[in-house]
Design a protein around this ligand. Structure first.
Ligand SMILES: NC(=O)c1ccc[n+]([C@@H]2O[C@H](COP(=O)([O-])OP(=O)(O)OC[C@H]3O[C@@H](n4cnc5c(N)ncnc54)[C@H](OP(=O)(O)O)[C@@H]3O)[C@@H](O)[C@H]2O)c1
Length: 315
């Protein structure tokens, strides 16, 4: 399928998620807030069995409680499993714990991660190391353990929440972009390595700006520093819309899904097909973004909010 083909929109209302996902065991990382939390709710409503992971156990318990309230799942259908993606030595035991509880893992959603707001010149290299440790190495470490199980079963889905910043560049997010590009390169290379296992599907999800806690949790110039003014989120794609489209992408075995409002989506297309224009445009938009950042305004859309409805494409 070509990346040009806007097929995801045509898949979205066919109800395939409701047919395919009930009873499936889905392990979601980063399930304590934002996209992962909403994934838990939508999956619970559909009837998927859930393993919910993140560092904050109390937040995971809150998400589990809500899942039980809004679905017909019972207590044993949702496993809360504290997991720090950066503690790689714990990933084997965590995978065993999910397998012990459910007997299998049908879908792993690699969603946990953190973004960045800082200029490279001001940022400690320790921050770059931490971003790669979490977003990239943490993700591939967990994937390795779960993949061994999927190879034994000859089936399973590995879904990774990358970003449009895994496709294009963005000022103030050099390390984040690098980590998401690394994930894209990794999973696009892993997929052909799994050619003898056609039942194992690798899906990369590339959202644009989505409402979540991501800005509250960004890496900044130093590991110990957080962002003073997280900023307004209202112009971003609603979390439930993004998550619905992630589920549609999963059940249709899409290799890559761009889930974004404009101008990000347009810039993605430019980046793919006319990079010279994209670099020129990003130079203009980036200047505004850096000006906003320096004056204390944190906008995810480069200061430009286009009044367009969501448009999506996939490969
Ligand atoms: N929101 C967006 O605009 C956007 C756009 C493109 C891609 N994404 C991607 O979407 C994913 C989810 O982000 P979000 O927007 O939902 O942000 P969020 O609300 O901040 O959620 C991030 C999740 O990651 C978890 N996490 C952070 N550090 C972790 C660690 N060391 N180990 C395990 N889990 C960790 C957090 O849980 P704990 O703090 O409890 O560990 C939280 O559940 C990320 O990979 C992000 O890069 C987001």
């Amino acid at each position: 399928m070509s990346r040009r083909t806007p097929k995801l929109l045509s898949y979205q209302d066919c109800g395939k998620a409701e047919k395919e996902l009930p009873g499936k065991v889905v392990w979601v990382t980063g399930a304590s807030s934002g996209i992962g939390e909403e994934l838990a709710y939508q999956l619970a409503k559909i009837g998927a069995l859930l393993a919910l992971s993140a560092r904050r156990q109390d937040e995971l318990e809150r998400v589990k409680k809500r899942c039980l309230e809004i679905s017909s799942l019972s207590d044993k259908d949702i496993l809360v499993l504290r997991l720090d993606l950066t503690e790689r030595s714990s990933h084997e035991a965590a995978t065993k714990a999910v397998l012990q509880h459910f007997g299998r893992i049908d879908v792993l959603v690699n969603n946990g991660g953190r973004s960045q707001r800082s200029l490279f010149v001001d940022t400690s290299v320790d921050v770059y190391s931490a971003i790669m440790e979490l977003n990239y190495l943490g993700t591939i470490s967990l994937t390795k353990h779960v993949l061994n199980h999927m190879i034994e079963r000859k089936k399973g889905k590995i879904v990774t929440v990358s970003s449009v910043m895994g496709i294009m560049g963005a000022p103030l997010a050099t390390g984040y972009c690098a980590s998401k590009h690394a994930l894209q390169g990794f999973f696009n290379s892993l997929r052909p390595e799994l050619g003898e296992y056609p039942g194992i599907v690798i899906t990369n999800i590339c959202p644009g700006p989505v409402q979540s806690k991501i800005i509250d949790n960004v890496f900044t110039e130093e590991l110990s520093k957080s962002l003073e003014k997280p900023g307004d989120q209202s112009h971003k794609m609603p979390t439930d819309r993004c998550v619905r489209l992630i589920l549609v992408s999963i059940v249709n075995d899409l290799k890559e899904a761009w889930i974004s409002d404009n101008p990000y989506l347009a810039v993605c297309y430019l980046w793919q097909y006319a990079p010279t224009w994209a670099w020129w445009l990003l130079g203009k938009m980036g200047k505004k973004r850096i000006q906003n950042f320096k004056s204390g305004v944190i906008l995810a859309s480069f200061g430009l909010v286009w009044e367009t409805r969501s448009k999506i494409s996939e490969e």
